[in-house]
Design a protein around this ligand. Structure first.
Ligand code: CAO
Length: 430
């Protein structure tokens, strides 16, 4: 059995025409007792009017913009006689006729008064008499609190009199989430979209999968790792003579020995000397995970973008092994045939631009690795030997490191050591 009752505006103080600024329910809704039905706003405050009963809404009598006073019908509600008996006791449950009920005043029926609190002026907010205040109903403020959202940050207010609506909060959250997705978790403002056709002819090419993934990885490293780049010049005159001396033997084995194989061996020797470079910082930032294996990533330029295959256990391989593996892996990379497994587990990465040119650059650490070695083009330079200038082949090295893990002094020592190994590659054997 159910009865129809009318829910009216209760005593709201000395107001005879208060505007309805929000209707929070609609016909057909099943509502709870105490559930907010409408929000009213006077000159001084906003207030929510709760329901006196639980039930199903049969008809709504008020709309946004209406002016109401004590006793105005808000809605009619179908309530079960059992529920009504509990709320309206003592009540006449015998009656067959639907009855119109003015809500019984109880403590809980008093509308919740929420005084508008001054807030910083939002520049983007359209100015009006609301300037200097955040206008939002109690339910919207509550929703913002539930989301953990600072409502003063919400710049769009699409309700009447620049009122922030629930929809504005949802839009704001969506925007923040999509910005943070695009920028790997940061709240950095996005770059504005510009119509370049205003300035001249353009062509739009979609980015490939590898470029998009690289963009995410590099942005993540850039934003998470405080980086410093240390520059060093290694004298590789002797090493180059040694490399040339291997040429015939290499040809017999059908491999091409480039600087990279030597640099990999020297790097592993330096990692053994400075174990904190062969490490990763734990994701909670509380510990350093030291690795006992020596896997080196090599950045390879391919038509589809940059990929970083990993050479496993470089400490256990000789120069020819590495040269041979380099030929196989780099052609696999350029043909797009590397598997995810081929690109996992690096301890440190080498990015070599030496075959192209340049005197220095600042590579980005491939986090969670703590350092990356950049190699630029070697060049014959005059070096002072104490008596005279002598031509020496100098190799520019650039190491970018995670300053949370590595101090500047350690970086300098590491680079001096690496340079000394390249200067006299025999020392790698020691
Ligand atoms: N200085 C001078 N010459 C160099 C050199 C250096 N630092 N490094 C390589 N060379 C020379 C090689 O000796 C070779 O010369 P020869 O043909 O006369 O022997 C020539 O340049 C070409 O070398 P290579 O590129 O075939 O071989 P590699 O082992 O040096 O490099 C690879 C292999 C896969 C790393 C390279 O081909 C490549 O893709 N490099 C680009 C990597 C890249 O884009 N990094 C940037 C990442 S950040 O955006």
């Amino acid at each position: 059995m159910s009865n129809i009752i009318e829910v009216k505006v209760p005593d709201i103080g000395d107001f005879d025409a208060v505007e309805v600024i929000e209707v929070l329910v609609e016909t057909g809704d099943n509502i709870e007792q105490e559930q907010a039905l409408i929000t009213l706003e006077s000159d001084k405050a906003s207030m929510e009017i709760p329901s006196t009963h639980a039930g199903t809404i049969k008809e709504m009598f008020v709309n946004v913009g209406d002016n109401v006073a004590e006793g105005t019908n808000i809605l009619s509600l179908s309530v079960s006689t059992e529920t009504q008996a509990k709320v309206d006791a003592p009540a006449d449950t015998e009656t067959e006729e639907p009855k119109s009920t003015t809500p019984v005043k109880t403590e809980s029926e008093q509308p919740a008064m929420v005084t508008e609190t001054p807030a910083p002026v939002q520049e983007q907010r359209p100015t009006s008499k609301t300037k200097g205040h955040i206008h939002a109903s109690p339910s919207v403020r509550r929703f913002a609190r539930e989301l953990g959202l600072d409502i003063t940050k919400v710049t769009k207010a699409s309700g009447p009199k620049n009122r922030i609506l629930k929809e504005d909060l949802k839009q704001f959250v969506k925007q923040v989430l999509s910005d943070s997705n695009a920028q790997s978790g940061s709240a950095i403002p996005s770059i504005p979209s510009i119509d370049f056709t205003k300035f001249g002819e353009i062509e739009e090419r979609p980015l490939g999968r590898i470029k998009k993934l690289t963009a995410i990885n590099l942005s993540r490293s850039w934003l998470n790792v405080p980086m410093v780049t240390h520059h060093e010049l290694a004298d590789i005159t002797e090493m180059e003579a040694f490399r040339k001396s291997l040429k015939k033997e290499a040809e017999k084995r059908n491999v091409k020995v480039t600087f990279l194989a030597f640099i990999m061996k020297a790097l592993v020797a330096a990692l053994k000397t400075y174990p904190e470079f062969n490490a990763s910082i734990s994701s909670d930032g509380n510990s350093l995970i030291l690795k006992k294996y020596f896997h080196i990533g090599i950045a390879v330029d391919t038509p589809n973008g940059l990929v970083v295959p990993v050479f496993k256990n470089v400490d256990q391989k000789n120069i020819y092994d590495l040269a041979e593996e380099m030929a196989i892996i780099s052609s696999k990379a350029r043909e797009g045939k590397l598997s995810p497994k081929d690109m996992q587990g690096a301890c440190m990465t080498i990015s070599s631009l030496g075959s192209i040119g340049g005197t220095a650059f600042t590579p980005i650490v491939n986090a969670p690795e703590v350092a990356i070695l950049g190699v630029s083009r070697s060049d014959m330079q005059p070096r002072w030997n104490g008596k005279e200038f002598e031509p020496r082949l100098m190799l520019p090295l650039d190491m970018t490191y995670d300053h949370r893990v590595i101090d500047g002094a350690a970086a300098a020592s590491f680079m001096v050591t690496l340079s000394s190994y390249l200067n006299d590659i025999r020392r790698v054997l020691l």
